[in-house]
Design a protein around this ligand. Structure first.
Ligand code: GLY
Length: 911
């Protein structure tokens, strides 16, 4: 409330109402409006001191009568109008509202197009049909139905509703395939014609957006054409579903409505509704339950309150109620048109703004408008007709998550953030399907598939590539006795087996595509399917992104990545340096350095105690070299005598053992397996050469290689396995090819002839599969995919594959000999070298340490004045002199001449 005293408000404020007095809804609306006016006038917080006066005019159901009544109301200086009831009248009358600045607050006009800004003075408390169609589309999407037919009256209202449904379905990946526009007054025959036509189509989902009388006629005729049987889904919008009540259905009509789904505007059970119902029941003879009230009566009640609240704000703003003099509209005859008597409400714009700002909790839920004058947020319920009563089975509301089994709480859809939100609607399409407890036509509980293969429809025309080779995949045989042709092969067997899993029969005929001399181009085959020359393509058709743009594919029934097949090359005679190949150059270098290092270590450890390592430097050098390299064959002549020398030698012999056996194994493998390796190691190395490349005629491989900038002159097409084998065997020098780029299933057949002659170079470089192609949006695709997955899970697919690819005789080891390097590198051996090296170093260090200790003892025994503080170089020089002397003494001991210095026992013992 504002601060202005109520005494300043005018004593009365007049508004009008426009509806069809004689319609079922109109009668309820009249009662609701009277109740609302009474409640407003007794309310203390709205228009206190101002009496709301109501003038009601009959609009009938016809725009002209509606317009005449609206003109009459405006002439009587109403400030706003409740109504009109129907969209047809609203479109006419909304212009009068705009011309005179009189706001119209409708409770029943739901045409989506009335939201347009061309009707600024048109406001409604009833949710637009745009939202109702979202609810219908959500229901259809919930069952995964891809297509629907909508019946509507051939007028603006009907067409706008059907278009709205079409848009909503499209956003969910489904579509309206037929909008059946019914002329007013259409009879039984007219409806029969439409139904007979539709029965021949495959769609089994029908939406009736028609008035109850026309809807009933359609259902009655559908019943006689067996279209209310199982597998059909019939959905009626609230135009008709509000009439599906006990009181309106006689026993005869009931049989046409069994299994029907009705969409209704949902009104939450609130305290406001409870109060309204008790008032209603007190003021009328007919006691109604809350769920029996027609929502339109509630919207009408709320419309009066919306206007009353806005008027209250308007008058408290000290706005005058002034009408401008009519605008002169001269006629051709020189007089003035009737409409020029209409006065213009000067404060109309302000009142309109106040109405748009109105927010309150009404009997139908929260009332709040968006800037187009539409109610924000809406909820709908789905009812299922079983017997004479509609049963609520599910709900949908704005900003919900698709179809729900439980009703929304009242704020959920009508709160301020419940505005229409595309993202929320789209997310609702991703929600899991909700299983509503519905009994469908035919008294079945399993939801209809939504489509069938038409009873009277044509047999499916299935295109099959007539291949000029690889007949295990798709082949043809001619029976001369019966003069008939039959199609067989892996792809055909998979297709026929998959059909057995479909819950319906699929009559079909195979149509061979191609001349049998050259395999047809698969891209053309797919294009002709998109051009509707065929109903499906069954064959070795790869699922490619480009093809998916124009047709649908089932799940792949076999993997078909691309690989490079090359002939095996014998390199034995060609490579005199094959013996070097087991080791990498680093490894060779490391081995050599290790030999020299270990030889040196042995020499250090031995030459003092072992005369075999003595003599002139040249002789010692040769001895060490021959000694260490002989260890390669464990045939060294010299004995090691020192303890540490023996340790080092033992470890070194172990290293040699490992290196030797690894070298032998690697060389053997290189000379046996790897000698088969081709110079082409995969796609990349093939592309770097200029050799000719083979591919299968008609395959996408040609485009693939061209996209990789392969010169077309390098590409050679082959039709059959035999041609490809010959080309590979001949090689480029004899007019053949260096490699074949092909899909795996063909390669398996190619290799099956002589798997030891050809190998796959490198890895599979594309991932794809073969699938059956159907026109875009075809319903059979998902059923076939399901069948293929089932066959894959049960192993049936593999059994069919084994049967047709049984020529594969090669053992597993040679089936897929991909090219790999067998060279050994340092990484496999560094541990070995480390052990040997560290052991050698430790032995040398211990040896030197023990020599040094002896030298120290000798110095002390001689009372030498050499102290540790002496410079190391001096000390070291003396040590060398000592070591030489020790060597000399040692020699003398060996020669039996006695020693001048004492030596450790270990150094004198021969090892
Ligand atoms: N499988 C050959 C192609 O689909 O192009």
């Amino acid at each position: 409330m504002n601060c202005m005293g109520s005494s300043n408000l005018p004593g009365h404020a007049k508004i009008g109402a426009l509806f069809a007095f004689n319609s079922t809804v109109g009668k309820l609306v009249q009662q609701a409006i009277q109740l609302a006016v009474r409640d407003v006038n007794t309310a203390m917080d709205v228009l206190n001191g101002t009496k709301l006066e109501m003038e009601m005019f009959d609009s009938g159901c016809n725009p002209v009568q509606g317009a005449a009544s609206a003109v009459e109301l405006v002439k009587r200086s109403v400030l706003a109008i409740v109504g009109p009831q129907s969209s047809a009248v609203a479109q006419f009358v909304a212009h009068i509202g705009s011309a005179t600045n009189v706001p119209l607050v409708s409770f029943g006009a739901t045409d989506p197009n009335l939201s347009e800004m061309q009707y600024p003075f048109f406001i409604r408390v009833v949710p637009s049909d745009r939202l109702q169609m979202e609810a219908v589309a959500a229901f259809i999407a919930n069952y995964g139905w891809k297509e629907a037919v909508v019946f509507h009256m051939d007028d603006d209202y009907g067409m706008h509703g059907a278009s709205s449904l079409s848009n909503s379905l499209q956003a969910r990946g489904s579509k309206v395939i037929d909008k059946v526009a019914l002329i007013p007054g259409i009879d039984k025959d007219g409806i029969d014609t439409q139904l007979i036509r539709l029965a021949e189509r495959q769609t089994r989902v029908f939406v009736l957006h028609t008035p109850p009388d026309v809807g009933r006629l359609i259902l009655q005729e559908a019943y006689f054409h067996d279209m209310l049987e199982s597998n059909y889904a019939w959905i009626v919008t609230d135009l008709m579903s509000n009439s599906l009540t006990d009181s309106e259905l006689d026993t005869n009509t009931v049989k046409y409505t069994q299994g029907l789904i009705g969409v209704r505007r949902f009104v939450p059970q609130t305290s406001e509704l409870g109060i309204f119902m008790s008032e209603w029941n007190n003021s009328s003879q007919s006691g109604l339950l809350e769920n029996q009230i027609n929502p339109y009566a509630l919207y009408a009640y709320d419309a009066v309150w919306a206007i009353a609240r806005a008027l209250d704000s308007y008058l408290h703003d000290r706005q005058a109620v002034v009408f401008q003099e009519p605008i002169k509209l001269p006629t051709q005859s020189g007089g003035e048109a009737d409409l020029s008597q209409l006065k213009i409400f000067q404060g109309g714009n302000k009142l309109r703004a106040h109405i748009l700002d109105t927010k309150f909790k009404g009997t139908s839920g929260h009332i709040k408008f968006d800037n187009t004058g539409d109610l924000e947020g809406a909820a709908f319920e789905f009812v299922n007709m079983v017997g004479k009563s509609p049963h609520a089975v599910g709900y949908w509301w704005t900003n919900g998550v698709g179809v729900s089994l439980t009703p929304p709480i009242d704020q959920a859809f009508s709160s301020s953030n419940a505005a229409y939100n595309d993202e929320a609607f789209l997310s609702s399409t991703q929600a899991n399907s909700t299983k509503m407890p519905i009994i469908w036509p035919g008294k079945v509980t399993d939801a209809p598939r939504g489509w069938v293969l038409p009873k009277n429809g044509h047999r499916l025309k299935i295109g099959v590539p007539l291949k000029a080779g690889y007949t295990q995949i798709v082949g043809v045989s001619n029976d001369t006795t019966t003069n008939s042709t039959s199609v067989h092969g892996f792809c055909i067997s998979v297709f026929q087996a998959a059909l057995n899993y479909l819950p319906y029969a699929v009559p079909y005929d195979f149509v061979l595509v191609g001349d049998g001399v050259t395999t047809p181009t698969y891209n053309d085959l797919v294009s002709s399917l998109a051009e509707q020359k065929y109903d499906a393509i069954v064959g070795d058709v790869s699922i490619l992104a480009e093809r998916l743009k124009i047709v649908d594919f089932t799940q792949p029934y076999i993997e078909s990545g691309l690989v490079v097949l090359v002939p095996v090359k014998d390199k034995k005679e060609n490579n005199p340096w094959a013996f070097l190949r087991p080791f990498t150059s680093v490894m060779w270098f490391t081995v050599l350095v290790s030999f020299l290092f270990t030889g040196t270590v042995i020499w250090i450890l031995e030459h003092k105690v072992n005369e075999e390592f003595r003599g002139p430097p040249k002789a010692q050098f040769i001895t060490v070299l021959t000694f260490i390299f002989s260890t390669l064959f464990f045939s060294q002549k010299e004995e090691t005598r020192s303890f540490f020398g023996r340790i080092v030698l033992l470890i070194w012999l172990f290293v040699i053992l490992i290196i030797n056996s690894s070298y032998t194994a690697s060389l053997t493998s290189i000379l046996t397996v790897e000698q088969l390796a081709p110079s082409i190691k995969g796609l990349e190395s093939l592309l770097q050469t200029s050799f000719p490349i083979g591919y299968q005629t008609g395959s996408f491989v040609y485009d693939y290689l061209r996209n990789l900038n392969v010169n077309p002159l390098r590409l050679k097409a082959y039709n059959s396995r035999e041609d490809s084998i010959k080309a590979l065997t001949d090689g480029p020098s004899r007019g053949g090819v260096a490699a074949i780029v092909e899909e795996l299933p063909y390669i398996q057949l190619l290799q099956s002839v002589n798997c030891k002659k050809f190998i796959i170079a490198g890895q599979e470089f594309t991932k794809s599969g073969w699938g059956f192609a159907f026109p875009r949006g075809s319903d059979i695709t998902s059923d076939m995919s399901q069948a293929i997955l089932h066959m894959s899970e049960t192993g049936e697919l593999e059994r069919i594959r084994t049967y047709w690819f049984q020529e594969l005789a090669c053992d597993d080891s040679s089936k897929d000999p991909t090219v790999q390097s067998n060279q050994l590198d340092i990484m496999s051996f560094w541990g070995l070298f480390l052990i040997s090296g560290v052991a050698s170093i430790i032995c040398v260090l211990i040896h030197l340490l023990s020599l040094y200790n002896n030298y120290r003892k000798h110095q002390q025994a001689e009372g030498s004045t050499i102290t540790v503080s002496k410079r190391f170089s001096e000390h070291f020089k003396q040590f060398i002199v000592y070591a030489d002397k020790a060597k000399h003494e040692e020699k003398k001991v060996a020669d039996g001449k006695g020693a001048d210095i004492s030596l450790t026992p270990s150094m004198t013992t021969k090892v």
